[in-house]
Write a protein that binds this ligand. Structure first.
Ligand SMILES: *Cc1c(COP(=O)(O)O)cnc(C)c1O
Length: 411
């Protein structure tokens, strides 16, 4: 029996009913501009500040709103999503007074493009960036981090968990190393928030990016947590909203939906994640029975819902299209259609050979998924992989012909 199974929760997640209900009034009757002084404006402002407090509590921020100063945003700055939060953190910090003239940034080779491309843009402006290596499971090299930190290092930005392979980084340890060198620590926690415990104070995080749609909130709204005392330059100039860092009339409904979804995700996190991990373990076990399949990432210290694989003698795109016809939504780090022959920078950084990295598949489960979904995915992937291999020029007598494979992808 054919089913529809959404297994791409790292790309985005379905809006939760709780978040939707919380948003509704702010999309309809309560339309006031939060900067307006009359009642429906003040109501919107109050609701925004409540949302800030909720987000702050979920992250254990010390001062989510600045009560003394007319409820000005304290440590929780609303943004237009995860990418905007990353851009504000990195660009805003390097251009702001907090950098104290230091010109060096340390990041990793497996960051999201919102971080990598911001760093590349800053390099063109004269800043210096070190891209740390990772090991075969995707952990950043802490020895290299220690060696690269210097009196010129202003910012260390390392993701909490990777969006392609799910590997979790030792965030508290990295933060401590950064602080010892007098640098500020930012983490892109877009995949982590709502899926693992995050405590900004206990982990020593100075700035943290999150995005609502990765934990069942609405798309297009996020947060940059900015610890009190960390000074940033604005990213968007205008009316001065969000401490003047991201001007523009606030997305009231979106911010309220974000807070509702985050509260829901954080409450009962342990039980939900235990459920998702159990499903995911079943998935990994089933998929790994397919011959010439490799697991990518850290099999233990990873996001509970993320599983990623490479299949020898398979092209990721063809795999996704066939899975789509079977009703299964997944994702691949190989994207030949975009004109780039290279597999994802993450798969390259963990040292996968080209001819294998092209056959990557990421399946990310959420609490909406069931055991039946998982069994259906396993059946569909097994069937599709066998079908594609039967047609593959690099598959001979039930095994991959590696010489043919490396010729095919030589460039
Ligand atoms: C999705 C994602 C982003 C971008 O977030 P948007 O809200 O889509 O802009 C950034 N970093 C990571 C790790 C992500 O997974």
């Amino acid at each position: 029996m054919k089913r529809f199974v959404y297994a791409d929760n790292a790309a985005t997640t379905p809006l939760s009913d709780t978040a939707f209900e919380a948003m509704k009034p702010w999309l309809t009757e309560f339309y006031g501009n939060p900067s307006s002084l009359y009642r429906i404006g003040r109501q919107a402002k109050e609701a925004l500040n409540e949302a800030r407090e909720t987000v702050g509590k979920c992250l254990n921020a010390a001062e989510p709103v600045n009560v003394a100063n007319d409820y000005k945003p304290g440590e929780i700055v609303f943004t237009g999503g995860g990418s905007q939060a990353d851009n504000l953190a990195i660009r805003g910090f390097m251009h702001g007074p907090g950098a104290k003239g230091r010109k060096h940034i340390i990041t990793s080779k497996i960051e999201h493009h919102a971080v990598l491309y911001t760093c590349e843009a800053l390099e063109k402006e004269g800043f210096r960036v070190t891209y740390l290596d990772v090991d075969k499971q995707g952990h950043v090299d802490l020895e290299q981090l220690k060696n690269e930190l210097s009196e010129d290092t202003a910012l260390v930005t390392i993701m909490a968990a990777n969006n392609e392979i799910g590997t979790i980084q030792p965030i508290a340890e990295i933060a401590a190393l950064a602080h010892a060198a007098g640098a500020v620590f930012h983490t892109d926690a877009v995949q982590a928030v709502g899926h693992m415990h995050i405590d900004v104070q206990a982990m020593g995080i100075d700035m943290l990016s999150l995005s609502a749609h990765k934990f069942r909130g609405p798309r297009g709204v996020g947060v940059l947590y900015v610890k009190k005392g960390v000074a940033l330059a604005p990213l968007i100039y205008g009316g001065g909203q969000e401490r003047g860092l991201i001007s523009g009339t606030e997305n009231t409904a979106g911010c309220i939906g974000l807070a509702a979804a985050l509260k829901e995700a954080v409450e009962g996190l342990d039980e939900k994640m235990a459920y998702v991990k159990k499903l995911n373990d079943r998935l990994v076990e089933g998929i790994m029975k397919i011959p010439y399949t490799h697991y990518t990432g850290d099999p233990v210290n990873r996001l509970p819902g993320t599983a990623s694989f490479v299949f020898e003698a398979i092209e990721g795109e063809g795999l996704l299209l066939r899975l789509d016809s079977e009703g299964v939504c997944g994702s691949t780090g190989s994207a030949c259609s975009t004109g780039s022959l290279d597999p994802s920078h993450v798969l390259m950084a963990i040292g996968l050979p080209h001819e294998i990295a092209h056959g990557s598949l990421r399946l990310t489960l959420g609490e909406q998924n069931t055991e039946e979904d998982v069994d259906y995915i396993i059946e569909a992937v097994t069937k599709v992989v066998a079908g594609l291999r039967a047609l593959s020029p690099v598959w001979e007598n039930g095994k991959p012909n590696l010489t043919a494979a490396s010729n095919l992808h030589a460039h």
